[in-house]
Design a binder for this molecule. Structure first.
Ligand SMILES: [Zn+2]
Length: 249
């Protein structure tokens, strides 16, 4: 199969553009997946923190209840002492002690109520958050799985395209390939058309002598931007070119 080397060249360039596009798509998907993953981690840690908060409140309730129970027992013991008191001098201090215990119990009960209220609110909120949380996590997991699948597809696509490349290079003059390889590291569109005797990328005016060569299907390097230039009208010719002329730069 003898194909016009220029059309082989254009084929190679479009393959490279596809490779670039695929690679960029993979990079973008990976970035998106990363941000989804970090969103998921944030949600998980916030939810964990909230559960922890509820556990702390429950613990607080339990501790307060124990404290109240202990105060109550001490008070009972002191009252018993008061009833069995022998020395009247001890009455007043003991009575004072009992009053203090009563006050402490009263305070502890008020604190308990406060913690209870907080716990109730927090538990209600946790239940609400729980349903939101589960659906949000499910949504993120589904999106992550979807992205992963797309990434794998694109990656095998990319591999396939890369494997096609060596065959696409055959029949293209080495000089074109060398210049192209050099340029494609720097710009996205290393090969551009000549438009009104100028480079269509940087509008540099092309010298008459080079226009003549371009008309003879040479690939010429732009003096302005160093992209490779071709003349579309000249390249339209479908007949295979035996010895394509190349620029001598
Ligand atoms: Zn240019």
């Amino acid at each position: 199969m003898s194909q016009n080397p220029f059309s082989s060249f254009i084929d190679l360039i479009s393959l490279d553009q596809e490779i670039r596009t695929t690679f960029e798509a993979i990079t973008l998907l990976k970035k998106e997946a990363e941000s989804r993953l970090s969103e998921k981690q944030k949600l998980e840690s916030r939810f964990e923190q909230f559960k922890h908060h509820v556990r702390d409140l429950k613990k607080g309730v339990h501790e307060k209840e124990l404290e109240i129970k202990e105060l109550d027992e001490t008070e009972k013991r002191k009252k018993l002492q008061l009833d069995q008191l022998q020395n009247p001098k001890e009455y007043q201090p003991l009575k004072k002690e009992i009053d203090r215990l009563k006050q402490e119990q009263h305070n502890a009960e008020a604190e308990l109520m406060g913690i209870w209220n907080k716990l109730e609110v927090a538990q209600k909120e946790l239940a609400e958050q729980n349903s939101n949380y589960s659906s949000k996590i499910e949504e993120l997991n589904a999106a992550l799985a979807d992205q992963q699948e797309k990434i794998s597809q694109l990656q095998s696509d990319l591999e396939r395209k890369k494997n096609e490349r060596p065959a696409k290079e055959s029949g293209i003059p080495q000089e074109w390939l060398d210049k192209y390889t050099h340029m494609r590291m720097r710009v996205e569109d290393p090969v551009v058309e000549v438009l009104d005797a100028s480079c269509s990328a940087c509008y540099y005016t092309i010298a008459d002598q080079e226009l003549i060569r371009l008309r003879r299907r040479a690939i010429v390097q732009c003096k302005g931007c160093f992209r490779l230039l071709y003349m579309p009208a000249a390249m339209k010719d479908v007949a295979p070119v035996e010895n394509p002329e190349t620029s001598n730069e």
